[in-house]
Every structure is written in structure tokens, then in C-alpha cells.
Design a protein around this ligand. Structure first.
Ligand code: SF4
Length: 300
């Protein structure tokens, strides 16, 4: 048994799909994809779970494998002989600066099925997009950055520990009315389907489809936080819409079509890979996605 504050991976539950070696995934894996995003040269999807298909060897691979171990929401990844140096370096890597003032928090939460969450440092007040698990380390980081003024909840599944962070920092939680049952005391409830501009370069774009109340957040016409609405598909090398637990397929496609009018360069999803492309290429990828989707789900 190996224990970290990310949880405990149990060698007795080691999946047979792992290759021999130090790192392994156990049978508690919820197949959230986080490890495959962070350490794609070591972890692969195998049926309903992840497993180690190639033991990390290079410095970069080992660093990434420890990042995956720490970010795993259910502590399903273990290292038989853990390396304290790598563990410390991986811990210190979160929150991970993606660009300018935008961070991926790491430490994904089981309460949001392992969804990614993000943080924007902003002179008008910092924003948290969905929620990581509640940790002193993150609390201290947010404090050092000046606290949290808003917590944007992309949809009802990815609340995580938002209420606790909201209470700690006096932040306003934002959720759509159609998903507000998940957070009925949220301080800002968004109505309808029209985009809502907020001070500081933020635009809230309702994108129903995965859930009735799914929303995306556009920041500075550069970063689009998409929750479970849209992500990058590493297999087809293109954008993809939610494929499972879709509330309404045609509504999902219409919501994606709505995004064509907005310029953005990053797609930062809850589940699935993030992607950074020039704005014109991103628009083209979005058009390609809509064309693929129209073939799959003919427009009535
Ligand atoms: S991060 Fe953990 S729960 Fe998620 S797919 Fe990997 S091993 Fe499974």
C-alpha cells in the first residue's frame, strides 16, 4: 500500500492490464482520463479503466507519471517504490501555469468525476472554473494570488468542493438556472440562452446539450472553458462534443454552432484534452466538427 494525500493505490488491486514495473493502476479507477492527459506516454485506456502500458523512463515521463498520480481523483495510481524528489516536484507543479494568468489546478476531485478545473488570476478579482478537491495547498495558493471572487460552474456535475471554496473566499458561484438544483444557493443564477458579458473580459455562453444548463466561459477572446461540452479528441486529432450522458444531441450541436461567432485560441475542458491553436485554425476545426456532427446527427 502506498499512501499520499492524493489517496491510496492498493497493490492487491493492481489491474492485470498494467505492464510490469513500478507504476500501476488499481481497480478503483473511474476512467476519468486525467492520467492519460498528463502522462500520455505511460497511461492508456483499457476497457473501462486506465492502465500503465509503458513504464516511465525518462525524467519527463517520470515527472508526468507523478503528476498523474497526484491529480488522480481517487488515488488509483501507485508507485511501488515512490521517489520523494519527483513527488515533491510534481506536487509543486500544481497549479500548473498554462499561459499568462491561466492555470490548470491539478488535484482533480472525485466529486466531479475527476473533471479538470482552472484558475484565472485577474486584477478585477480571480476566477475559479469548476472546482478541484479542497486542499490546504490550493487554499494557500489561492490566498497568495489574492483569493477568489467568482466560481464559474460549467454544469451540475462539476461542482466539486465549490461551496467550500466559496465560503472560504466569499466568492460568487455562477450556475445556469437549468442546473441550479445542484447549487440552489449560488449567488449568480444565469437565465436563458443568450451570452452574458461580465466585467473584466469574461463572456458566459450557455451551451446546453450535455446538460440542460451547461455553460462555457470565454475569457479575453482567447480562452474557452468548456466543461463537458467540447474537448480535443487525441484519436481523431480534432474537436469533439460530449459523447456520453448527452441530454439532447441536436441541442448540443446547436450550442457548438453558436461558438463559431466567438474568436478563441484555447479549449480548456473538464474532461478530455485541452488544445491551443491559432484562432483561424480553431474556427476551422469547429466547422469540421459541425460537419462531422451533421453527418452523424442529420439536421432536421
Ligand atoms: S486519473 Fe485515476 S481515476 Fe482517472 S483514469 Fe487515471 S487512474 Fe483512473
Amino acid at each position: 500500500m502506498v499512501g499520499y494525500d492524493s489517496g491510496m493505490a492498493d497493490r492487491a488491486k493492481r489491474l492485470s492490464t498494467n505492464v510490469d514495473g513500478n507504476f500501476f493502476v488499481d481497480s478503483t479507477c473511474i476512467n476519468c482520463d486525467t492520467c492519460r492527459q498528463l502522462a500520455p506516454t505511460s497511461f492508456v485506456e483499457n476497457g473501462d479503466s486506465s492502465s500503465v502500458f509503458c513504464q516511465p523512463e525518462s525524467e519527463t515521463e517520470r515527472y508526468q507519471a507523478y503528476q498523474a498520480l497526484l491529480a488522480c481523483p481517487v488515488g488509483s495510481i501507485g508507485a511501488i517504490v515512490p521517489d520523494k524528489g519527483y513527488m515533491r516536484a510534481a506536487t509543486d507543479s500544481f497549479p500548473m501555469l498554462l499561459e499568462h494568468n491561466v492555470y490548470y489546478n491539478g488535484f482533480n476531485s472525485e466529486k466531479s468525476y475527476g473533471a479538470n478545473s482552472y484558475f484565472i488570476r485577474h486584477p478585477g478579482g480571480n476566477w475559479l472554473i469548476d472546482s478541484p478537491r479542497y486542499m490546504k495547498r490550493l487554499e494557500d495558493f489561492f490566498e497568495r494570488m489574492g483569493g477568489i471572487s467568482h466560481i464559474f460552474l460549467t454544469h451540475e456535475d462539476d461542482i466539486g468542493d465549490a461551496p467550500r471554496y466559496a465560503k472560504r473566499f466569499g466568492a460568487k458561484r455562477i450556475i445556469h438556472r437549468a442546473d441550479a438544483d445542484a447549487q440552489p444557493d449560488a449567488e449568480w443564477i444565469v437565465d436563458g440562452l443568450d451570452p452574458v458579458a461580465a466585467a473584466g473580459g469574461f463572456t458566459i455562453v450557455p451551451v446546453p446539450g450535455h446538460t440542460d444548463g451547461s455553460m462555457a466561459l470565454l475569457f479575453n477572446h482567447r480562452y474557452l472553458f468548456t466543461g463537458d461540452h467540447m474537448s480535443w479528441d487525441r484519436e481523431i486529432n480534432g474537436l469533439r462534443l460530449a459523447t456520453v450522458y448527452v441530454w439532447d444531441e441536436e441541442t448540443l450541436r446547436r450550442s457548438a454552432a453558436k461558438l463559431v461567432e466567438f474568436p478563441f485560441e484555447w479549449v480548456l475542458p473538464g474532461h478530455g484534452d485541452r488544445i491551443h491553436l491559432p484562432s483561424a485554425r480553431m474556427k476551422e476545426e469547429l466547422r469540421l466538427l459541425l460537419a462531422r456532427r451533421a453527418e452523424k446527427v442529420p439536421i432536421p
